[in-house]
Write a protein of this length. Structure first.
Length: 72
């Protein structure tokens, strides 16, 4: 470990850098949950519609817009 100490601590002087990847993990969690739920689509057209809605909902969430407010 002492031989690699400089490389292991290289990120420490970086200012304002996140030490985690929670943003990426949250995005992947939505994709994984959708993939699990997609197993139960009855038709290919239903799967396409479900994919479309999930894409729209996720895009709204990323832009801090309530997707259900757009339905009115």
């Amino acid at each position: 470990m002492l031989r690699h100490w400089t490389k292991l601590t290289l990120f420490l002087p970086a200012v304002r850098r996140a030490l985690d990847n929670n943003v990426v993990e949250r995005a992947l969690k939505k994709a994984i949950l959708h993939r699990k739920n997609a197993l139960f689509y009855k038709t290919m057209n239903g799967a396409r519609v479900g994919d479309l809605f999930m894409s729209l909902i996720h895009t709204c969430e990323l832009n801090k817009v309530n997707p259900f407010d757009l339905c009115d």
